[in-house]
Design a protein around this ligand. Structure first.
Ligand code: APR
Length: 308
């Protein structure tokens, strides 16, 4: 069977775990790429050995040569430096901006028709930068941030309400960082509005836990940042695109007037399908949520100006 072709740039924690999930779910053949020669090849070989037990269909190979990524349908960019304890995602800006530029220079000429999903932090700044450098259409350029924040929000709500996360409908929009906005107005547990289940104090706590989730993992790991939930979030987006599900997923995507914002990439609910980012979904937000979204947009713009 011919599988779609996904390139995962960066064979570190997030990249390798993403490759593993894509294979286990049978979504695509994967090419793992890294600047450190031997690492993508070694991890690809290890994953192919796993195939004897797990019996997944697609194959994986590792390389440091972008010629082998030619004709990819999707390129997932996880190359970059992760946070260490005490660092914010914004502290990574200069070093990771250089890496994102280098990856685009190498990957775009060989896969000019690919859809690109960026994961490198600080996410919103990197996606806006990638859009500026590449000129890719908004349908084929997006970032993974909101999907991960949503996973953390659902977990926090589920824990507070003592239900499974699958019973929770909720979404996080805004910036992938301190400027994230866990939405309350649309959140439901088993079909009931969250505000009817938890007290305002509990909701404040759950939202704070969501914002702090990534930092907590960094403090515990001490040597890097989260990768299991990030990889699962990437995989959710990859599956929606390759299987054309038209699922609504919080995605760092270009706003052109939606939510009163224009010309900026940030995390909002989007329809993902075969054409990539097929449309921004405009939810009815509460006035304070809309205000928080605008604050996040201003902060992203400020960081972009610092970069120029
Ligand atoms: N091209 C390809 N790979 C690169 C490049 C480059 N120019 N620069 C760095 N890399 C590789 C590194 O060699 C390393 O293997 O990117 C990989 C990053 O892996 P980790 O250090 O394990 O970091 P990880 O936890 O995977 O996070 C990667 O995702 O969540 C974000 O903040 C995180 O920006 C970070 C990125």
């Amino acid at each position: 069977m011919a599988y779609p072709k996904v390139t995962v740039v960066g064979a570190g924690n997030v990249g390798a775990t993403t490759a593993e999930l894509i294979l286990l779910k049978g979504l695509a053949d994967v090419t793992l790429v890294d600047v450190v020669d031997g690492v993508p090849q070694g991890k690809a070989l290890d994953l192919m050995h796993m195939r004897s037990h797990e019996q997944f269909g697609p194959e994986v190979r590792g390389t440091s040569n972008y010629a082998e990524t030619a004709g990819s349908d999707l390129v997932v960019v996880t190359a970059g430096v992760p946070r260490k304890p005490g660092m914010t995602r914004e502290d990574l800006i200069d070093v990771n901006a250089g890496i994102v530029k280098a990856v685009l220079d190498a990957a775009l000429p060989t896969s000019p028709d690919a859809t690109f999903i960026f994961v490198t932090n600080p996410l919103d700044v990197m996606v806006n930068l990638a859009a500026h450098i590449s000129g890719l259409p908004k349908s084929r350029l997006m970032g993974m941030g909101g999907a991960l924040d949503t996973a953390r929000y659902k977990y926090a709500i589920a824990k507070a309400c003592q239900v499974e996360p699958s019973a929770v409908e909720a979404m996080v929009v805004g910036a992938h960082g301190q400027g994230m906005v866990p939405l309350v107005s649309n959140a439901k547990v088993a079909g009931k509005p969250l505000s009817e289940i938890l007290s305002p104090e509990q909701i404040t706590e759950v939202r704070a836990e969501t914002v702090a989730g990534g930092g907590q993992v960094v403090e515990l790991l001490k040597t890097g940042s989260a990768f299991y939930a990030p990889a699962a979030s990437i995989c959710q987006m990859v599956a929606a695109i390759l299987q054309d599900t038209k699922g609504t997923i919080s995605t760092c995507a270009k706003l052109e007037g939606e939510y009163g914002l224009d010309g900026l990439y940030m995390c909002v609910p989007c329809l993902l399908g075969a054409q990539g980012m097929e449309g921004v979904v405009e939810l009815n937000l509460a006035p304070d949520e809309l205000e928080q979204l605008k604050v996040a947009a201003t902060s992203i713009k400020g960081q972009l100006e610092g970069l120029a």
